[in-house]
Design a protein around this ligand. Structure first.
Ligand code: NDP
Length: 268
């Protein structure tokens, strides 16, 4: 996905002729050494995935506000002799929902399924964007409580509430954007993380999972006639934003080529 975008940029601008994006498999304990080596060798940037996103927070010389609030870094940019830590996951989610569903998070009621790393980045983005209310549901209550405690100082006046998995439709919000940030659905036979029929009405459904392209949650959304989209847009937009940070080229310019490359690689 990134190399497809870089190939396109290099065709128009020789500055990007030698740029490449490489995957590295780094043991968590080796992250400090790996990041030091990458800085020494002139890497301009790095993307990080689980579990490095949280570990890297303590390894950067500068931390952007979105990364600080999420407590996670998915993008590093060279800064002096060290790294600046950023987080483009929230941007990717918002851009994915806007691009694929035509909906903004500002003023929206959001039901967030999950309380892991992706849910935390999503919750922080919803609050930063000015959502009207945020409801969070999760399988394990203690993890939900940890997330709510993390969000409390960031919420300002926005209501952030726990949603009981077994609760009745009467006590649930109507017209919400339901965002799946659980890993339930990664396997085709996974049960859906929530029953959409258990809400008094759902506005739209966004599933962060993009492989498989249609989870059982999305299949139910389709059966109910609800607007829905999978997480391919989020994947693409967080990547395009990282590329913007490194190259200065707007994410909107590279996102189409990245989406085409990702869709092809995933066999969509
Ligand atoms: P974590 O492991 O940090 O969190 C997993 C979450 O899923 C927890 O809330 C966990 O609940 C819940 N969960 C796991 N299995 C089930 C189940 N069978 N039923 C209900 N809930 C379940 O993972 P991440 O937060 O990093 O990732 C979550 C999802 O988001 C993944 O599917 C990942 O692929 C996707 N993702 C997509 C991105 C994109 O760009 N589109 C970016 C990042 C993530 P519990 O607390 O009970 O264990």
């Amino acid at each position: 996905m990134h190399n497809a975008a870089l190939d396109g940029l290099a065709r128009d601008d020789t500055r990007f002729a030698g740029w490449r994006y490489f995957p590295f498999d780094v043991e968590p304990g080796m992250l400090p050494a790996a990041l030091g080596l990458m800085r020494e060798r002139g890497f301009r940037g790095v993307n990080l995935t689980v579990p490095h996103k949280v570990l890297a927070v303590g390894l950067v010389s500068e931390l952007d506000p979105a990364a600080r609030e999420a407590g996670a870094v998915n993008t590093l940019a060279s800064a002096g002799s060290g790294w600046r830590g950023l987080n483009t996951d929230g941007y990717g989610l918002a851009a994915g929902i806007l691009g694929d569903l035509g909906l903004g998070l500002r003023g929206a009621t959001v039901v967030l399924l999950g309380a892991g790393g992706a849910a935390r980045a999503a919750a922080v983005e919803c609050l930063r964007a000015g959502c009207a209310a945020l409801w969070v549901m999760n399988r394990t209550r203690s993890n939900l409580d940890s997330l709510l405690a993390h969000l409390a100082p960031l919420a300002g006046g926005t209501p952030v509430r726990a949603l009981d998995a077994g609760g009745s439709a009467a006590g649930r919000p109507a017209g919400a954007i339901v965002i799946n940030a659980t890993s339930a659905g990664l396997r085709a036979d996974d049960p859906p993380p929530a029953d959409l029929g258990g809400f008094p009405g759902v506005g739209a459904v966004y599933d962060m999972i993009y492989n498989p392209p249609r989870t059982r949650l999305l299949a139910q959304a389709q059966e109910l006639g609800l607007p829905h989209a999978n997480g391919l847009g989020m994947l693409v937009h967080q990547g395009a934003k990282a590329l913007e940070i490194w190259t200065g080229i707007p994410a909107s310019r590279t996102a189409p080529a990245m989406r085409a490359a990702a869709a092809k690689a995933l066999g969509y």
